[in-house]
Design a protein around this ligand. Structure first.
Ligand SMILES: Cc1cc2nc3c(=O)[nH]c(=O)nc-3n(C[C@H](O)[C@H](O)[C@H](O)COP(=O)(O)OP(=O)(O)OC[C@H]3O[C@@H](n4cnc5c(N)ncnc54)[C@H](O)[C@@H]3O)c2cc1C
Length: 396
């Protein structure tokens, strides 16, 4: 068995997003040197993911992050599928997974709050550093280590480098790893409003998916606002999508009102389904959005990325401590790439199809599947295992 000698050069992580910081926390917990290089001058606070799944909450618990998220978030034990008339097509309760996880619910909380919680944890660990304003531009490697180049010309030496630098990953591009898949023709418009939908749509949960052949949407509660996500067709011009009257018309299709909705934020996203051809090349790895991106129906992008971080982090700790051979690191791609390719891609594409389909046969099949799943305890549990991402981690 060839074991790597313990190294004092840090593991370099490009990107202080939820994935890079989760990985850094795994390494810092074991007192291993880790350096996070973040291009921005401070932790980004943009509103992106707002859902943490049960296994993710269990994983983050040991860094004190879960308690901080719960204190700032909303516990959502159930989620619903509805149609445009408001009829509930199906309701599912994560509470039924209480024998498997310590947090049997989705937590609705903005992802940047996790970044702050993990940065607090890292600030207490002597072996961890975060450098801001440090944009990684390229990576070179030898059998013994890596050299990471920054914008401005500086280079930094490390034992390994992990690109957790988002969907446009400079690390992935430096290695010329193809990012295969496709881009959806429609963009996704997220409108946030403080209007209390829960007081007007009876029985509403904090997480609700509305199937509709004309315009599907989903309605998610973040701690301070409701976030409504609509598809914006490829034929719509950006200026029209952001037109205030059109946004009001979209919101009125969720719930007609005489008064205007107060709109707090609007953001338009291009959405892709892509998985990198490789997750590892020598001493360089990619994780999170750098390795896989998907549509947000099911809330699996960030969660899956955090699961990558815990998988890779656990293996790196063993290898860097000299407790396992370097070949253990081969298992990271073998274990995590199929999850992105077969599990997250499949579920998120199917979720979108179920909501948008105009085919009456498919619509009927989706509604029948929901009814049968709710009526059958075994099917219900299998459905919850997939929706919570526990199935992707080997839970049955
Ligand atoms: C509208 C929307 C809703 C979503 N909802 C959910 C949800 O509910 N649940 C879910 O699981 N996922 C969701 N996602 C996906 C989720 O936001 C991403 O999967 C998640 O942000 C990925 O985390 P990451 O750390 O891999 O990348 P990022 O969050 O993109 O972080 C990358 C970091 O790297 C930095 N960086 C970039 N380039 C460099 C460089 N060259 N050098 C150094 N640093 C660099 C960036 O500044 C950033 O801080 C949603 C996404 C969108 C757009």
């Amino acid at each position: 068995m060839t074991k790597a000698p313990p190294s004092s050069a840090p593991v370099i992580i490009a990107g202080a997003g939820p994935v890079g910081l989760s990985l850094a926390a795994c390494l810092a917990e074991a007192d291993l040197p880790v350096l996070v290089l973040e291009a921005e001058r401070q932790l980004p606070t943009n509103l992106r993911a707002s859902t943490f799944h049960p296994p993710t909450l269990d994983m983050l618990d040991r860094f004190g992050a879960t308690a901080k998220l719960i204190a700032q978030g909303l516990i959502a034990p159930t989620f619903q599928y509805r149609d445009r008339s408001g009829a509930i097509l199906g309701e599912f309760d994560f509470g039924q997974l209480g024998d498997l996880v310590r947090h049997p619910y989705r937590l609705q909380c903005e992802q940047f709050k996790l970044n702050f919680a993990l940065a607090d944890y890292l600030a207490e660990r002597p072996s961890a550093n975060i450098r801001f304003g440090a944009e990684v531009t390229s990576v070179s490697q030898s059998a013994d280590g890596v050299m990471v180049a920054l914008a401005g010309g500086e280079t930094v030496a490390g034992s390994y480098v992990v690109g957790a630098d988002g969907s446009r990953s400079a690390v992935r591009q430096a290695l010329s790893i193809p990012f295969e898949g496709f881009t959806w023709p429609e963009a996704f418009l997220v409108v946030s409003t403080d209007f209390p939908f829960e007081d007007h749509l009876p029985g509403l949960c904090w997480v609700n998916y509305f199937a509709d052949p004309e315009e599907w949407f989903f309605l998610l509660r973040a701690p301070e606002v409701w976030r409504v996500m609509f598809p914006a067709g490829p034929q719509e011009r950006e200026a029209d999508i952001f037109d205030a009257d059109k946004i009001q018309r979209r919101l009125n299709r969720v719930l007609p009102r005489r008064e205007s909705y107060s709109v707090k934020h609007t953001t338009l996203y291009r959405v892709h389904q892509r998985v990198a051809e490789r997750y590892r090349q020598g001493r360089t790895f990619i994780a999170g959005d750098a390795a896989h991106i998907n549509n947000p129906l099911g809330g699996m992008g960030m969660n899956g990325g955090i699961h990558d971080a815990f998988n890779l982090g656990g293996k790196m700790v063993q290898v860097l401590r000299g407790e396992a051979p370097m070949s253990l690191l081969d298992r990271y791609e073998l274990e995590r790439r199929p999850v992105a390719l077969q599990y997250v891609n499949e579920i998120t594409i199917r979720n979108k199809r179920n909501l948008e389909t105009r085919d009456p046969v498919e619509q009927a099949a989706f509604r029948r599947m929901l009814r049968e799943t709710m009526a059958n305890p075994e099917k219900n549990r299998a459905f919850l295992l997939r929706a919570s991402m526990l199935a992707s981690l080997g839970f049955v």
